[in-house]
Design a protein. Structure first.
Length: 367
């Protein structure tokens, strides 16, 4: 004991870790866990079987066995969730996941967070999957506003091993089409870690983004996974000016401007109205008031967002503005960060929610 007291806290922690690893790795521990598995899980398993029936329960076991090592323990739960259970499942997820840990009110949603959840359930988002498919949406954008607004496509593949990297330029964007944030920015092909990219992309291709993330972002469920490569676009100094335009019933109202996307500096973001007045709130990071010149092509970007957002209560149209004045389409986003962003201040969440009109819900207050 005296010898242990003479050790530093770090040394004592390391010894304890080794002892725990020895216990958990022992045959007796593994046998004990196996023997007690059934009584520990039987009650929950029987309740699941009674609620969902044998077919869905069998599906759950199959998906869990197939994906639990490459996804997470909740993947099979979301994959097998019946639509009748969507509201209660979403309420539980929202309470556990949103940073205020407040209950979800689906009958009287007020905030941007709450109304985003309502739209997941009743906004028909399962039908908009062609617009969030990063490959399929290109044809729609071409028809709506013209091919010149698309980032040049370098290739599309079903398998990573089909990609001929010798034919790709020194800089390019490699991404999959069926999720958010599943992309790799290759800025120097000579330093490109092909093995790491293969591991990531093959993992992404196996998964359904909706089931992996939880929270019922149902617009991703039906997308056929593909790999695409696009031209790497950038401005002077390597920066990329990103304009995420929040549109409500087809009208642009709020602009989230992001800088330093692919530079060595820390990413910065600011909110503006359509007259380029900075708004006194931010998302995920503290508010920073700055003086950024109004983009010369702002009106054109607003026109594009207006055209692409028609017919939807709330959608974010992401555009990039380049030094030469050209504009490139990024993506359509129907559930910004699944509706659980941290707003600074929290009153901004209520303000953004007031811009969304939910038919049959907000109308009740007009009577």
């Amino acid at each position: 004991m005296e010898e242990m007291n003479e050790l530093t806290a770090e040394e004592r922690a390391r010894i304890l870790q080794h002892e725990l690893e020895a216990v958990y790795g022992s045959s007796s521990y593994k046998i004990g866990r196996a023997v007690t598995w059934l009584p520990r899980h039987a009650k929950k398993a029987l309740a699941y079987l009674a609620h969902n029936g044998p077919a869905i329960s069998a599906k759950y076991l199959y998906i869990y066995a197939k994906y639990h090592k490459v996804a997470n323990k909740e993947y099979a739960y979301w994959a097998c969730l019946q639509k009748k259970d969507y509201p209660e499942a979403l309420k539980k997820w929202f309470l556990e996941t949103n940073y205020t840990h407040t209950p979800l009110d689906l009958e009287h949603p007020k905030s941007f967070s709450e109304k985003t959840q309502w739209l997941k359930l009743y906004g028909g988002f399962e039908d908009v999957y062609p617009l969030v498919d990063k490959y399929a949406v290109r044809e729609w954008v071409k028809e709506k506003i013209g091919e010149e607004y698309l980032i040049p496509l370098l290739g599309v593949w079903n398998r990573f091993d089909d990609i001929d990297f010798d034919k790709l330029p020194d800089k390019f964007m490699l991404k999959v089409n069926h999720g958010a944030g599943w992309n790799i920015a290759v800025q120097d092909k000579s330093k490109f870690d092909k093995a790491d990219a293969k591991r990531k992309i093959e993992g992404w291709l196996k998964l359904n983004y909706c089931y992996l993330m939880g929270g019922l972002d149902v617009q991703y469920i039906h997308i056929k996974p593909r790999i695409i490569a696009e031209k790497f676009i950038e401005n002077d100094g390597g920066d990329l000016y990103d304009y995420k335009i929040f549109c409500f019933d087809g009208e642009p109202k709020i602009i989230l401007h992001i800088e330093e996307r692919y530079t060595d500096k820390e990413e910065r973001m600011f909110f503006y109205d359509t007259q380029w007045n900075q708004l006194p709130f931010n998302i995920n990071v503290p508010l920073e008031m700055v003086d950024i010149p109004k983009p010369e092509n702002l009106d054109k970007m607003l026109d594009i967002a207006r055209t692409l957002s028609q017919g939807y209560p709330c959608v974010r149209v992401d555009l990039y503005s380049l030094n030469d004045g050209s504009i490139k389409f990024g993506e359509m986003t129907f559930t910004t960060e699944s509706g659980i962003s941290r707003w600074h201040p929290e009153s901004a969440n209520e303000y953004m929610g007031s811009l969304i009109h939910l038919p049959g819900v907000d109308d009740k207050g007009d009577n």
